[in-house]
Design a protein around this ligand. Structure first.
Ligand SMILES: C[S@@+](CC[C@H](N)C(=O)[O-])C[C@H]1O[C@@H](n2cnc3c(N)ncnc32)[C@H](O)[C@@H]1O
Length: 301
């Protein structure tokens, strides 16, 4: 089925994840102690295994797109994260693909036909990522398993309690897209601190109410006409993309042993950082090499 999302930055994101998975499995299979552990790749917003870029879809009626379909490179651009993970060499011991959309789950299950040699290693679940991950992190025996988890939501779907559950395993390397310009910055309204459902959403996402103090200051009293009339002055947004990104990295640092300090901004054509590609490692023993590789991949031009 067709699944249209992202932009040119999507390929960049997937290439870096692809390279990380290869490096991870190469290290695991080359190390005698690590090779005794079972390795799992878990994609909790797995999509369909394929993608059609919105630009390509716009052109679908025209000859330009038909030409692109003939181009093997253009074909390569259409693989989604689940497909990319299944190409990892050497392969993971297990692949778990989760997507809330049952049609997407069906398409993911069909990947077994594309990768018959891995078919019995693939599990597909039509489920909510937060519910599934929290239970899976709790129930898995982390003495004998290690995992890479990829969280690639459209927006603010990942709850902080899920991130805490992942960190608590002390066995997972996490790649996560932080929806900086896509969602968080938009919810942080300019005049006065968000309230009600909007505030709850931000608190559930960051796992704290500290975002209020971090992103808002009392409005400038000299400029406030209201104060002269004894009215409350209210608050105003005092932040920018960099500070919001640092706040999230700092939150990750409170629960993970290692976090990349320079997440990669994924920008739209106007230069707006829609997402930050972030990396965090929960396993104290593997933190050093994992961070070294992730930092290299995040900085690579
Ligand atoms: C950006 S797409 C993922 C793309 C995928 N990583 C790829 O590279 O092909 C986000 C996916 O998350 C799924 N989704 C949205 N909310 C979800 C949730 N709460 N739990 C699980 N899946 C969810 C959507 O159905 C969609 O397929």
């Amino acid at each position: 089925m067709g699944h249209s999302f992202g932009g040119p930055w999507t390929e960049d994101k997937l290439q870096r994840i692809d390279d990380y998975l290869d490096a991870y499995m190469t290290i695991f299979s080359g190390n005698l102690r690590a090779s005794k552990l079972n390795t799992i790749y878990l994609d909790a917003f797995a999509g369909t295994g394929f993608r059609t870029s919105p630009v390509a879809e716009d052109r679908a009626e025209g000859s330009l797109f038909e030409d692109a379909l003939e181009d093997p490179d253009a074909d390569a651009l259409k693989k989604g994260s689940a497909y990319v993970a299944l190409r990892t060499k050497p392969p993971f011991g297990r692949y778990i693909f989760v997507d809330r959309n049952p049609a997407h789950a069906e398409s993911l299950a069909a990947l077994r036909q594309e990768f018959p040699e891995l078919a019995d290693r693939i599990s597909v679940l039509a489920a909510d990522a937060n519910t599934f991950l929290q239970e899976w992190c709790r129930k898995t025996n982390w003495k004998v398993n290690r995992a890479v988890v990829f969280l690639d939501p459209y927006g603010m779907q990942v709850d902080w309690s899920t991130i805490e559950a992942i960190a608590a395993t002390k066995a997972i390397d996490l790649w996560i897209l932080f929806p900086l310009g896509q969602a968080v910055n938009r919810l942080l309204t300019r005049h006065d601190i968000p309230e009600g459902g909007q505030a709850q959403r931000l608190t559930r996402f960051f796992g704290t109410e500290d975002w209020k103090g971090a992103f808002y200051e009392e409005a400038d009293t000299q400029l406030s006409m209201f104060e002269a009339f004894g009215e409350e002055t209210g608050h105003a947004k005092r932040t920018n993309f960099d500070a919001i990104g640092r706040f999230f990295v700092n939150r990750l640092e409170q629960v993970f042993v290692g976090v990349s300090k320079s997440p990669l901004p994924l920008r739209n054509s106007k230069g707006v950082p829609l997402f930050l590609l972030c990396f965090a490692v929960a396993n104290p023993n593997g933190a050093k090499p994992a961070l070294k590789i992730a930092n290299y991949l995040l900085r690579r031009q």
